[in-house]
Unconditional design. Structure first.
Lengths: 917, 111
């Protein structure tokens, strides 16, 4: 047995990572071989070999040294790697067990943290899911979405204001398709409501028209059957074939594959079902579609009556289709826009209703390309803008939760100072300790992340259905992207929240700690905790100010003087043209309908109108005799409506001056008009509007239309809309505008009580009409309220969440510091401090930190205000009422949160406090 | 170097011999080489490099451990020792080898 003197124990070598270094392995192998050769040589010389011969023989017997040493080194490196991995894994498992044990020993702490994180991360996951669908991801089933673009027209209106339009005429589409070289293909589509079935069995679905090329352009394949063929989609009249949506197929036809070839009755015509779209397919937008019809089959029914004698596929003046294109390979968006900048004006100038070069020049229309994602591009919805802002807001909530966790961990780490110091003294490396502490926060965050998925699932459903109901969300639960986002957010949260406390807790200042015990908090730690509290307070202020601003906006929006009473009125929309009636018949039908409905029991008033507020718009060129031009209002061209006598009573628009229309205002009698209050004030500042002469058509020799009355202003199309001139004429005298008709009914009791009777009345008067939607006039207003409602709801939810988290944070830090200062407080009490003194001391320190947070937060809110100002309604981002109340609320909550620890502090028994430790 | 198929057989042989050489306690590579020489009466003519290769291979598999110590001549040397896994392995290999050798021997004896 050789005398083995162990130079370096394996364990120590591993701790210092010596063996892991490559040079070390090489040196050992070399040394081992050298030893062998030396021994062999010595043996041989002893047996009488000469030195040289012995060396040669030893080397011969060993073989190729370079070869063998390389082979040995390779093996050793593999071995060391293996050892390191298994060692790391073992350490990790040990730490994990240790951490889990520690967390289970403090269930209140653990559950509190996990809940906080679940809410914080869940809020983010919820908003991410929404923004992802609206802004990041292309609609389902769109292949290679990067090269698919929506086309918009940016043009100057007659009033000189540039606006973005998203609708095109069929002629524009056909010409761009034929002439543009920049696109592999372009296609059109349009989604609206359709009636499915006939008579009383009919119901309303979401119908879409699409050009045959849309489906191959997007790259979608039918679930069953086929999409339209080009030859089925040719003007003047395409084939009556339909592709039904997946959901409709399941619901109506029980998912029966034999549905192909069957007939579906849509908007008064029979269509043959030729295909079923794949699940979740909603075309290039996110509007749900139940049935697709060829654009050339559905368009004539919808627009023929608007365009007079022109062929619907040739007019440029009527725009009802959205346009989408797949850009050709190698063509940039700029090149495509440049090509269209030349092409599009030329298209507008040709055709049966081609515009003059001067008019096109004046409008200077530019085609712009936008992303295919639902809310990218020039006309993003307010909902998407609010959702994006809310994603930022939810991130703030997470930062607060993160700061809170950091604070709690700091307090915990401080409590464990002695334990940590002992472990360091025992030789546990700082890296290992940091890893252990980080493991704790990451573990908490990951568990929180899993819980956050539940929050996101639930919260996402609420937001989707309540706040953004118009979007076809498609699959929701099994959303891998949201899941990935959530777990990543959890991981980052865990590392961020744990890192600073871990670094501070393991800072090398041990000797002192071991001696002084755990009482002294340490200056750096105390400062970090204070900073975290201030940050939490400040962010809470920012969020609550945001919440306050949105709530005020919502209140203001709700209080907007619409100038009519949408909650009292039902809209009866009998689609007489779709049912095949001619304009003359339509007028008679509506006359009869009005007579019948007006005498119905329970009807206060009823009227037939050309346009309906918040649904349809018709504008005109208003001219006054003797004036070259009239002063326009900022909202745009004058609004025009033709109404029956009872209109103003029906919708509740108040009369200011003059008289209303009567049955005597017929075709052929003196032409009369009623104008809005603002129109009267601007056009005739002297207040003598009654009796003035206006012209509502372009014909220069037309007789005067005499103003006979003035009514209140109406917010016609937009809650935030700028005022516009408003002109009403009797329906019987209507000489301009399309023959569209809608019946408005004001029931005396419950607005919805007459719906069935109204539908029945339409059936009697116009039996061919497939389905008559009867909807509250409010339905038009409601979607415009949604962004504010969403902003107010979510901001408030997030703000309150932030406030709770921050309050818990403040409470826990104060409670901890009271426990830490028990000794000092004991001394104070022993020296005669009263209960009140102690209370004031503790609550005061809580309020001081909070006040600092409020100051920082208010400054931040003032700075950030500009960013959400465009989303607000009639309230400045620096609203003093909101900021003042938020500051008050925060201080109040802080006082309450401080009170509990303060009371505990006041109960400190000086005897025990002084004796312990 | 022997051809491939012989090499595999040789590796197995070498492994079992190296393990065997360590059952009396830790030895450095040279001592292992000497023991094999003597035990096989020099019949196993292999390059000694292959022997070290085997030692490192066995160390990686956890059948032996290697530690540095001082030799009789007061020189640093790497000593190999059997682990309990190595002991099990040796026992298993010994059985297989004996059976194998007996089978071959019996086969060759038949006329």
């Amino acid at each position: 047995m050789p005398t083995t003197l162990r130079a370096l124990p394996e364990g120590i070598r591993r701790v210092f990572r010596l063996a892991t270094r490559r040079p070390r392995i090489e040196a050992e192998v070399d040394e081992e071989i050298a030893f062998h050769l030396h021994m062999r040589q010595a043996e041989l010389t002893e047996r009488g070999w000469t030195v040289d011969a012995a060396r040669d023989e030893a080397s011969r017997r060993f073989g190729n040294v370079t070869h063998w040493s390389r082979a040995m080194r390779q093996i050793d490196q593999g071995r060391v790697r293996q050892e390191r991995q298994s060692e790391w894994l073992a350490d990790m498992l040990r730490d994990l067990r240790y951490t889990v044990r520690g967390l289970r020993r403090q269930p209140v702490f653990s559950i509190g943290v996990i809940l906080t994180l679940a809410l914080g991360i869940g809020a983010n996951a919820t908003m991410f899911g929404i923004v992802d669908r609206l802004l990041l991801r292309p609609p389902p089933h769109v292949v290679d979405a990067g090269s698919v673009h929506r086309l918009y027209v940016d043009a100057r209106g007659e009033d000189g204001v540039r606006t973005t339009q998203r609708r095109f005429s069929y002629a524009a589409f056909a010409n761009i398709r034929a002439e543009s070289r920049s696109f592999r293909d372009v296609a059109v589509w349009g989604v609206s409501t359709s009636a499915m079935g006939r008579g009383t069995d009919a119901r309303q679905i979401s119908g879409a028209m699409a050009s045959a090329g849309l489906f191959p352009l997007l790259g979608v394949r039918p679930h069953l059957g086929r999409f339209f063929a080009e030859e089925e989609d040719q003007p003047p009249r395409g084939a009556r074939v339909a592709v039904i949506g997946y959901d409709l197929w399941r619901a109506e036809y029980g998912g029966d594959p034999a549905v192909l070839g069957r007939t579906i009755h849509l908007d008064g015509s029979d269509y043959q079902i030729i295909g079923v779209a794949p699940a979740g397919f909603s075309g290039p937008s996110l509007e749900r579609v139940d049935a697709w019809m060829p654009v050339t089959a559905a368009s004539p029914d919808r627009i023929n009556h608007f365009i007079g004698d022109h062929s619907w596929w040739e007019v440029r003046g009527a725009s009802w289709l959205s346009l989408v294109g797949r850009i050709a390979p190698g063509v940039s968006e700029e090149q495509a826009e440049a090509e269209l900048a030349l092409l599009y004006p030329r298209i507008l100038m040709s055709g049966p209703d081609g515009r003059t070069a001067e008019r096109v020049e004046r409008q200077s229309p530019h085609v712009v390309l936008g992303g295919i994602q639902a809310d990218r591009g020039p006309d993003r919805s307010p909902g998407a803008r609010v959702a994006t802002a809310l994603l930022g807001v939810s991130a703030l909530v997470l930062v607060i939760a993160c700061a809170n966790l950091g604070n709690l961990l700091l307090a915990r780490a401080a409590r464990r100072r002695r334990e940590i110091a002992v472990r360091v003294a025992l030789g546990v490396g700082r890296g290992r300790l940091i890893r252990q502490l980080l493991l704790e926060s990451v573990l908490l965050a990951l568990v929180g992340g899993v819980a956050a998925l539940l929050v996101a699932h639930w919260g996402g459903n609420v937001v989707r259905t309540v706040l953004l109901p118009d979007v076809a969300w498609g699959e929701t639960l099994a959303d891998g992207r949201v899941m990935l986002f959530t777990m990543l957010a959890a991981l980052v949260t865990g590392v961020l929240a744990g890192l600073v406390p871990a670094l501070l807790a393991t800072a090398p200042s041990l000797a002192g700690t071991l001696k002084s015990g755990s009482r002294d908090g340490g200056g750096r730690r105390a400062r970090t905790r204070t900073i975290l509290l201030v940050v939490q307070g400040a962010l809470s202020v920012v969020l609550l100010v945001g919440a306050g601003l949105f709530v005020r906006s919502l209140i203001n929006v709700g209080r907007v003087e619409l100038g009519f009473e949408p909650e009292r009125v039902q809209v009866v929309d009998a689609d007489v043209f779709g049912a095949g009636y001619q304009p003359a018949q339509s007028a008679a039908i509506y006359d009869q309908l009005l007579t019948q409905v007006s005498s119905m029991p329970g009807v206060d008033a009823a009227a037939v109108v050309l346009t309906v507020p918040f649904r349809t718009v018709w504008d005109i060129d208003l001219r006054l005799p003797g004036r070259d031009s009239i002063p326009l209002m900022p909202g745009g061209a004058p609004l025009f409506n033709a109404v029956t006598p009872d209109y103003f009573r029906t919708v509740g628009t108040p009369f200011n001056q003059g008289r209303s229309f009567t049955a005597a205002d017929r075709a052929g009698s003196e032409q009369v008009a009623i104008v809005s209050q603002s129109t009267a004030r601007i056009l005739w500042p002297a207040g003598d509007a009654i009796g003035q002469c206006i012209h509502t058509t372009d014909e220069s020799d037309a007789p005067c239309t005499t103003v006979i009355g003035v009514v209140g202003d109406v917010q016609w199309n937009d809650l935030r809309g700028e005022p516009r001139h408003q002109i009403y004429v009797p329906l019987a005298q209507q000489v301009t505008g399309p023959p569209m008709r809608t019946l408005l009914v004001r029931p005396s009791g419950d607005p919805r009580s007459l719906d069935a009777a109204l539908r029945q009345a339409v059936q009697e008067v116009a039996p061919n009409v497939a389905y008559t939607p009867v909807t509250p006039l409010l339905d038009g207003v409601e979607p415009q309220l949604r962004p504010w409602r969403m902003g107010a709801t979510m901001f408030t939810a997030f703000g309150v969440l932030a406030l709770i988290i921050a309050a818990v944070g403040l409470y826990s830090v104060l409670a901890y510091s009271v426990a830490q200062r028990a000794h000092e407080l004991g001394v104070r009490v022993a020296l005669g401090a009263s209960t009140n003194d102690v209370l004031r001391l503790v609550v005061g320190s809580g309020l001081r930190v909070t006040a600092a947070g409020v100051v920082v937060g208010v400054v931040a809110a003032l700075l950030l205000g500009g960013r959400i100002e465009p989303l607000l309604y009639d309230v400045g981002a620096r609203d003093p009422v909101v900021i003042g109340s938020v500051a008050g609320i925060l201080l109040l909550v802080a006082a309450v949160a401080s009170l509990l620890p303060a009371i505990r502090a006041a109960r400190v028994d000086p005897n025990r406090a002084l004796r312990s430790d | 170097m022997p051809p491939e198929t012989d090499l595999e057989l040789l590796k197995g042989t070498l492994d079992v011999l190296v393990l065997k050489s360590l059952i009396w306690g830790p030895r450095h590579g040279y001592a292992v080489a000497r023991w094999i020489e003597e035990a096989t009466h020099g019949a196993l003519s292999i390059e000694e490099g292959a022997l070290y290769h085997a030692l490192h291979r066995l160390e990686k598999r956890g059948w032996v451990t290697g530690e540095w110590g001082l030799s009789d001549a007061n020189r640093r040397a790497k000593y190999y020792a059997l682990t309990s896994a190595g002991r099990d392995q040796l026992a298993a290999k010994t059985v297989t080898w004996t059976r194998y050798a007996e089978a071959v021997f019996a086969a060759l004896r038949t006329v």
